[in-house]
Design a protein around this ligand. Structure first.
Ligand code: AMP
Length: 220
């Protein structure tokens, strides 16, 4: 697929970050993870980070107007001209509608929306073992995808950490937020004929091959 312009939907822990990184490597499209952008802003103590941190800590959504401005700016950057993979955005119907306006202004449209489906029990096991690299953002799991050296990234040797919002109380809040605010997007995109559903249960490799197959079919 050239100039891929796609969205990845799915509950927290569905594998969106892991799988969209694979797609970025394979297709050269730019992965735009709003969660990664916000976490970096919090780490760097930027004005955006200051506004966003309380929402992130509680597992709640950052307000739509902030998110829409952030994404509108990000998609205008040069690296998105060769295509983009949105990971974690949109998360509300207002964001999805706003995204349509942003893309219209840019003269683009969405090719497909992939929804990774995973039952709740699997999500909780995945999120509680998830670890991320502080330096390059690579993702690991203590049981399902451990690094070669415990606590350190295989790719860049950066230190691994557990996200604050992957603690058990916050996971429950994030799942509630997903059900209420984000799951209506499945119908929103189904009605537009863009939705492709992917079974997100299995190993990272199994899901990767399903994702590549779905993306390949969508491009054909
Ligand atoms: P993620 O890494 O996608 O799970 O996002 C982590 C956190 O960042 C979420 O729990 C929200 O607090 C915030 N966030 C990320 N993307 C969005 C979005 N599109 N809208 C609102 N909040 C977001």
């Amino acid at each position: 697929m050239t100039d891929m312009r796609v969205v990845f939907l799915g509950p927290p822990g569905a594998g969106k970050g892991t799988q969209t990184k694979f797609l970025e490597e394979r297709y050269g499209a730019c992965q735009v993870s709003t969660g990664d952008i916000l976490r970096k802003a919090v780490r760097d103590h930027t004005p955006l980070g200051k506004k966003a941190s309380e929402y992130l800590d509680k597992g709640e959504l950052v307000p739509d107007d902030i998110m829409l401005n952030l994404v509108a700016e990000r998609l205008r950057e040069r690296d998105c001209e060769k295509g983009f993979i949105l990971d974690g955005f949109p998360r509300t119907v207002a964001q999805a509608e706003g995204l349509e306006g942003i893309l219209k202004d840019l003269g683009w449209g969405l090719d497909s929306v992939f929804c990774i489906q995973v039952p709740q029990g699997v999500i909780i096991r995945r999120l509680s073992g998830r670890r991320s690299c502080r330096k390059c953002g690579s993702l690991y799991h203590t049981v399902f995808n451990p690094p070669r050296r415990e606590g350190f990234c295989d790719r860049c040797d950066g230190g691994l950490y557990q996200r604050q919002d992957d603690l058990e109380e916050t996971i429950a809040a994030r799942l509630r937020v997903f059900e209420k605010q984000t799951s209506p997007l499945v119908d929103f995109y189904r009605k537009r004929g863009l939705l492709k559903e992917i079974n997100g249960v299995g190993s990272v490799e199994q899901i990767r091959s399903r994702v590549f197959q779905a993306v390949g079919e969508a491009a054909a």
